[in-house]
Design a protein around this ligand. Structure first.
Ligand SMILES: Nc1ncnc2c1ncn2[C@@H]1O[C@H](COP(=O)(O)OP(=O)(O)OP(=O)(O)O)[C@@H](O)[C@H]1O
Ligand code: SF4
Ligand SMILES: [Mg+2]
Length: 335
């Protein structure tokens, strides 16, 4: 742990109970996140990738501590330790009331800018809501801050009186970014913030987010399906598979020298023409991702892994350092 540490996620598991039968008894658990560890430093961008359903959004929701609102019976185990000022605050253990004072410090930008903005509120109301809840700003100060933020995200301060439906998808996401930045947070969870936008404007929004990250000194957990998006913007890359973390390390290292067979397969599928990867063979994974209701024993990836051996079924691989700051959950590639 260094002075720059913002948050340490330690052995985080998130299980959603599944009920069934006449008495609606608990019959199983969805192991959406199954004991992952990683950390984010101040002013750092961590890109998180993995196939649909592997637990990325659940990790993000746990880190902003909104899972209990979404699913009251959720079981959260492990620790999510934020280093705020001189205190360490564990969001995994905080009750909603205790959480109030920290709400402004971690924000989220959602995938769908159409669904995530209240259609009955003006842009001014949307952006000033966190200011009303978490600061002592007067109305005048709030109005000034809203205008300033709109300018920062490339919109006109006069557009504050408009409603979300009057904006394009890209503009709406800019409003979402302004709202997330309003309280000067330490961390923003960016949950696939451009995947619902036209390809032609994705780069504009990502570039804006990078400029703002620099200006506001904020950290991002940037969730994406596509490794080619996160390579260019991330300091670190985390690769998730079925609730587990397969690999975590410096972005260039993971991108150019992936060790885990799943990361190798994901990277081999990146469609962008890139001269440095000309000779990389395309690895096509067989089968579908198993359900987190019934994870394979041992290594969860073994049913699709091209280099699996018998012992992979026996115990869950230890997530260990296999190079400087490069963590991998596969003993086979180590040996
Ligand atoms: N509120 C919930 N109740 C029950 N199961 C849930 C809930 N939220 C998520 N899950 C399950 O947890 C697993 C992980 O879901 P999550 O949304 O975190 O994946 P994801 O990686 O974000 O997927 P995508 O790329 O499609 O957004 C899935 O099997 C999902 O069905
Ligand atoms: S532990 Fe075995 S199944 Fe899992 S990634 Fe490594 S080789 Fe493949
Ligand atoms: Mg998701």
């Amino acid at each position: 742990m260094s002075k720059k540490t913002l948050v340490e996620v330690k052995n985080l598991s998130v299980h959603f109970p599944v009920h069934g039968g006449v008495f609606s008894k608990r019959v199983a658990s969805v192991k959406a996140v199954d004991g992952i560890s990683f950390q984010i430093e101040r002013k750092q961008i961590v890109g998180m990738v993995g196939e649909s359903g592997c637990g990325k959004t659940t990790v993000g929701r746990a880190m902003i501590n909104i899972l209990r609102h979404v699913a009251p019976e959720v079981e959260i185990m492990g620790n999510i330790e934020y280093h705020f000022d001189d205190n360490i605050v564990d969001f995994a253990q905080l009750r909603p009331r205790e959480m109030r004072q920290y709400r402004s410090r971690v924000q989220m930008i959602f995938q769908d800018p159409y669904a995530s903005l209240n259609p009955r509120m003006t842009v001014a109301q949307i952006i000033s809501e966190p200011l009303q809840l978490h600061t002592n700003m007067s109305r005048k100060e709030q109005t000034e801050r809203v205008g300033w933020l709109l300018d920062k995200v490339g919109l006109q301060p006069e557009q504050a009186r408009r409603y979300p439906h009057e904006f394009s998808g890209g503009q709406r996401q800019r409003v979402g970014i302004a709202r997330a930045l309003a309280t000067n947070p330490d961390l923003i969870i960016c949950d696939e913030p451009v995947s619902a936008l036209d390809v032609s404007i994705q780069a504009q929004v990502i570039n804006l987010m990078m400029d703002l990250q620099d200006e506001f000194d904020v950290s991002y957990l940037f969730i994406a399906h596509d490794l080619s998006v996160v390579e260019h913007i991330s300091d670190k890359i985390a690769v998730m598979y079925l609730g587990d973390m397969a690999e975590y390390g410096d972005a260039q290292e993971v991108y150019h020298h992936p060790k885990h067979p799943y990361s190798k397969a994901l990277l081999s599928a990146v469609p962008l023409p890139d001269p440095t990867r000309k000779n990389r063979e395309r690895i096509v994974l067989k089968g579908d991702v198993p359900t987190p209701l019934n994870k394979p024993s041992g290594c969860a990836f073994r049913t699709r892994c091209p280099i699996a051996i018998a012992s992979c079924a026996e115990s869950k691989p230890v997530f260990e350092e296999q190079g400087k700051n490069h963590f991998v959950a596969c003993p086979v590639v180590k040996s």
